[in-house]
Design a protein around this ligand. Structure first.
Ligand code: SGN
Ligand code: CA
Length: 546
C-alpha cells in the first residue's frame, strides 16, 4: 500500500514553490454590485464620503484605468471566475445564461493549490456554485430586507436584517471558523491560506437603505454631472435606450414615492416595490414609512397624481420648466438613496478590515475591493450601465497588498476583470493555465521587489482593452456592441437588430464622449488604425463576432 502523500508533496506537485508554502497570502475579494467610482471618495470627492474604502486605497493601491469586459452582473462574475472573455466562458448575458460550472475556474484552481475557498452573497450565475469549500448565496438578485440565503444543502433560509450587514456577518463567521481550525500536520503551521469572496447586493437598483441610514444625505443637494442634459446627437444607440432618469426611472419603484396601495397611482413596477418593502416587519415598516410616506405625500401634492414618466424631451427641457424641475428632483432622490446604500457598504468593509487587523491577518492578506461594473449617476441623463462609455466600462479597483508587495498609490496601467483570476493564481504560487485570457497584475504590485521579468511585463503592458456586450433585446434597450479602448481613443460598433453604427471618441478632448468622430475625414487614418487594432484583439481573444 502506498503511503498517503503529505500536503507539502501535493503542493509541490501543484508547482507551488516550497518557500512560498509557509506563508502564502490570503485573499479577501469584496465585489459589490453596481458601485461606481464616482460614488467612492478616493476616486471622486463630489458626492459621498467613503472613509473605509479610501483606507484600502491609502494603505495600498488604486487603479485609475480599471475596466470590465461586459458591463453586466452575471457576465462580469463569469469573467472574474474564469479569467476569460464572455464568448469563452459562455455566460454572455443575464437573460439566457446558465454558467457552466464544470469548466475550469479560478476558485477550483486555488483549491487544488491548497487554498480554502468561500463565497458569500450575490452569485447570479443560475447554476450551483462550484469550486468553493463553503458557500451561501442570495437567489438571483436577492433582497435588501430580511433576505433569503440559499445554503449548500439546498435550504432557503430567511435571515433577519439588512443584506449588507448580513453578508458581512456571514463572511466574518466563516473566517472565525476557518482560522480556528488547523488541519493536523499542516505544513503552514496554521490553517490553510484562504480565498474569501464577499459579493454584496448593494448598491443595485432599487437602492433600498438600511433603516438606520434612511435619513442620511437628505440635506445634500448633489451637483449635476456636466453631461446630464445630453441630447444624444450623433450617437444612435444612446438615443434609443431606456435608462433615462426622466423618462425611464419609475416614480414608485425607484424614487419610492408610495403612500399606500390605495392612495398611490400604480406604475409598471409598483407591485415589485410593494413586494420589496413588504419584507419588512411591521415595526421596521413603520420606520420606513415614517420617512418615505410624508415625502411621497408632499410629492403627489406638488406634482399631481397623474404623474407617470417624463417625455424624452425632458432631457433638454428649458431651465425652470416643470419637466426640468421634476427631472432634477428625481436625480436628487436617486443620488440620496444610492448614497445611503453606499454608506452601509463602506461601514461593513471597514468591519472586515478591522476584523482582519484584530486577528493579525491583515498583513498577509490581499484585500481587493471592486464592483461588477460601473454605473451612471446622471451622466448622459442616465442610471444603469451596459454601455462601453467610460462610467460603466470602468469599475472601481483598490487593493491592500500583502507583505512583500510594496507598490503604493496610483496604478494607471489598463487592467480588466479577466485579470483577477491569473493574479490570484500567481499570488498562490499556482500555475496559470494557458487558456486564461487575462494577465497577472502581480508585476504591477511588487514595487521595489519587481524582478527583471516584472519590469519587462510592465514595459510590455497591454495598450488596449477589448469589450463585448450582448444583452439585447432586454431591459433598458442597450444595443449589442463591441469595441476597443486605448489610452486615448475608443472605437465601438453597435450591431444587430435595428442598428449598425460605429462610434469613435477622443477621450482626451472629449472625456464625456459627446462627439462621435466616426467617418470624419480628419480622423480617417486614426480610424483605420483603430479598426486594425480592434481586429487584432478579436483574433487574439478568438471572438468569432467580427
Ligand atoms: C434588474 C434591474 C435592471 C438592471 C438588471 C441587471 N431591474 O433587472 O435595472 O439593469 O437587473 O443588473 S429591476 O427592476 O429588477 O430592478 S445586474 O447588475 O444584475 O446585471
Ligand atoms: Ca451589477
Amino acid at each position: 500500500m502506498s503511503p498517503k502523500p503529505s500536503l507539502a508533496l501535493l503542493l509541490a506537485a501543484a508547482h507551488v514553490p516550497i518557500a512560498a508554502q509557509t506563508q502564502r497570502p490570503n485573499i479577501v475579494y469584496i465585489m459589490t454590485d453596481d458601485h461606481t467610482a464616482q460614488m467612492m471618495s478616493c476616486y471622486d470627492t463630489r458626492f459621498v464620503s467613503t472613509p473605509n474604502l479610501d483606507r484600502i486605497a491609502a494603505d495600498g493601491v488604486r487603479f485609475t484605468h480599471s475596466f470590465v469586459a461586459n458591463s453586466l452582473s452575471g457576465p462580469s462574475r463569469a469573467c472574474m471566475l474564469t479569467g476569460k472573455h464572455s464568448h469563452k466562458n459562455g455566460f454572455t448575458n443575464n437573460e439566457h445564461g446558465i454558467f457552466d460550472g464544470s469548466q475550469q475556474t479560478m476558485p477550483k484552481l486555488l483549491r487544488a493549490a491548497g487554498y480554502e475557498t468561500c463565497l458569500i452573497g450575490k452569485w447570479h450565475l443560475v447554476s450551483t456554485p462550484t469550486g468553493f469549500d463553503h458557500w451561501e448565496i442570495l437567489p438571483a438578485q436577492g433582497d435588501y430586507y430580511n433576505p433569503v440565503f440559499i445554503h449548500m444543502d439546498g435550504r432557503h433560509v430567511v435571515d433577519s436584517g439588512y443584506v449588507t450587514r448580513l453578508i458581512t456577518d456571514k463572511a466574518i463567521a466563516w473566517l472565525d471558523k476557518h482560522t480556528a481550525t488547523v488541519p493536523e500536520g499542516s505544513p503552514e503551521g496554521a490553517s490553510k491560506p484562504f480565498a474569501l469572496f464577499i459579493h454584496h447586493k448593494a448598491c443595485h437598483r432599487a437602492w433600498l437603505p438600511d433603516l438606520d441610514d434612511i435619513r442620511l444625505y437628505e440635506d445634500t443637494t448633489f451637483p449635476l454631472p456636466p453631461e446630464f442634459h445630453d441630447d444624444y446627437a450623433t450617437r444612435e444607440a444612446a438615443a434609443k435606450t431606456e435608462m433615462e432618469i426622466g423618462k425611464d426611472m419609475d416614480i414608485v419603484y425607484d424614487t419610492k414615492m408610495f403612500v399606500s396601495h390605495e392612495a398611490t397611482p400604480a406604475t409598471r413596477l409598483s407591485s415589485s416595490y410593494e413586494r420589496m418593502i413588504g419584507r419588512l416587519s411591521p415595526a421596521e415598516r413603520k420606520r420606513y414609512d415614517d420617512f418615505y410616506v410624508p415625502l411621497s405625500q408632499r410629492f403627489y401634492q406638488e406634482w399631481g397624481t397623474d404623474y407617470n414618466f417624463l417625455p424624452r424631451q425632458s432631457q433638454s427641457s428649458v431651465d425652470g420648466s416643470r419637466d426640468a424641475k421634476l427631472l432634477e428632483w428625481k436625480y436628487q432622490r436617486y443620488m440620496r438613496d444610492y448614497a445611503k446604500v453606499v454608506h452601509a457598504l463602506d461601514q461593513e468593509v471597514g468591519r472586515v478590515l478591522d476584523y482582519l487587523e484584530a486577528k493579525g491577518l491583515l498583513d498577509n492578506t490581499l484585500v481587493v475591493y471592486t464592483s461588477d461594473q460601473g454605473f451612471y449617476m446622471g451622466e448622459h441623463g442616465w442610471f444603469d450601465k451596459r454601455f462601453m462609455y467610460e462610467e460603466s466600462l470602468s469599475t472601481p479597483l483598490v487593493m491592500r497588498l500583502p507583505k512583500g508587495y510594496e507598490r503604493r498609490g496610483i496604478i494607471d496601467e489598463m487592467v480588466q476583470n479577466i485579470d483577477y483570476a491569473p493574479t490570484f493564481l500567481a499570488l498562490a504560487g499556482a500555475p496559470i493555465p494557458k487558456d486564461i485570457q487575462g494577465v497577472s497584475l502581480l508585476p504591477l504590485l511588487k514595487g521595489k521587489a519587481a524582478t527583471k521579468a516584472d519590469k519587462q511585463a510592465i514595459r510590455n503592458w497591454r495598450d488596449a482593452i477589448y469589450y463585448h456586450y450582448y444583452e439585447y433585446p432586454a431591459e433598458h434597450d442597450v444595443r449589442r456592441h463591441y469595441g476597443i479602448r486605448t489610452d486615448r481613443y475608443k472605437l465601438i460598433h453597435f450591431y444587430g437588430h435595428d442598428v449598425n453604427a460605429w462610434e469613435l471618441f477622443d477621450l482626451k478632448n472629449d472625456p464625456h464622449e459627446l462627439h462621435n468622430l466616426y467617418g470624419q475625414p480628419a480622423y480617417d487614418k486614426l480610424q483605420r488604425q483603430l479598426h486594425r487594432q480592434l481586429e487584432a484583439l478579436q483574433i487574439q481573444y478568438d471572438d468569432p463576432q467580427r
